[in-house]
Write a protein that binds this ligand. Sequence first.
Ligand code: UDX
Length: 445
Amino acid sequence: MALKITVIGTGYLGATHAAAMAELGFEVLGLDVVPEKIELLAAGRVPMYEPGLEELLARHVAGIEGSSGRLRFTTSWEEVGAFGDVHFVCVNTPQKHGEYACDMSHVDAAFASLAAVVREGSLVVGKSTVPVGSAGRLAAVLPEGVDLAWNPEFLREGFAVRDTLHPDRIVVGVPAGASGERAEKTLREVYAVPVGEGSPFVVTDYPTAELVKTSANSFLATKISFINAMAEVCEAAGGDVVKLAEAIGHDERIGSKFLRAGIGFGGGCLPKDIRAFMARAGELGADQALTFLREIDSINMRRRASMVEMAREALGGGFLGKRVAVLGATFKPDSDDVRDSPALNVAGQIHLQGGQVTVYDPKGMDNARRLFPTLGYADSALDAVRGADVVLHLTEWREFRDALDPAELAEAAASPVILDGRNALDPARWREAGWTYRAMGRPRA
Ligand code: UDX
């Protein structure tokens, strides 16, 4: 009989995983402890902007006309325990308030609730990003006869559906012995389709599986901070970091991806994951191995400050009484997520220093308003730019690059000066339309 799957926690990760499992043909039951989330999902809607996810839900959520009916949602643990052969735990692990370590309370609560209802012979699969050592500890919480595997998730916001259905790799951490063999066999069955499509399936122990996730994110953060450090040197030496990135990226050993210099990384993962990793290494007595991550973090934070300085300089030395247009609020394009967004951080710093800031973002306005209610907001890029003394391009939405008319915006601005914090606009196009265009790590024309 086909395996029945539950997904515990229906945020970005869980909602996407649940819909993807239904797409692969499984009967799926999603659980969340927040009833409002469940109501929304049961109607085929998601509380965030993620391209393709609502379409995928509509194809499978029971009760939606024309759907497969394979995907249902609940708030009942009893139902989850009775239903599932395989339980995926997808709850979040945010940064602890005022500390580097991550907050495991949601994971611990989910395991405690699951342990009370899970059937003997079923498999629990942890997908949350956790400090190394957690899986071993959590295995002991589950009753005898229930197996645990750790299967980290590498999806990117904005590409969540694609990354889940066609993963670069599937990593599975299992214990040695019969329990691990059973867990591996079951997960090979669950992921038969992606593996058939060529996704590598890497089987390892718990700590390695946990570390794959944190080390992958640390590597990505390091790549971004590396190129941003080169941007700082380029600024000092008169070099061009965009050309430099292109040139080093041709070396296959380096690769061209994740070498876009600018105001740096943000979001709900990279910043908190590298901090939690440092905290955990410290607990393990291996903190020296990760001291470089402290530098990665500080290069990253310095880019935000340096964007503020660039804007101050463009305004002749101060923000008081100046109008600053900010294009972009989310931490990256194709998402409405503003968690630890470099764009909003820069906007907030300028506002605190007396600048009159007006923000526009294609999808992040509601979340930005909630987080930074004192900033000004406009309904379009043109409205944000109207009367501006300087324009900051801080999230590289395609519509900013392709759909904006620099000539029209130049007319609307009080002073046509644009600072590109993402190195994503075409300098020639803006300069031809009369703009002073400056970017991070690039020479001034
Ligand atoms: C990341 C990892 O990529 C993903 O594998 C993991 O599962 C979760 O964390 P995500 O947070 O969705 O995904 O965003 P990502 O695309 O990695 O971008 C992170 C940040 O880095 C963004 O703020 C982005 O603007 C910035 N970035 C990315 C750069 O500044 N330069 C680059 O070259 C690439």
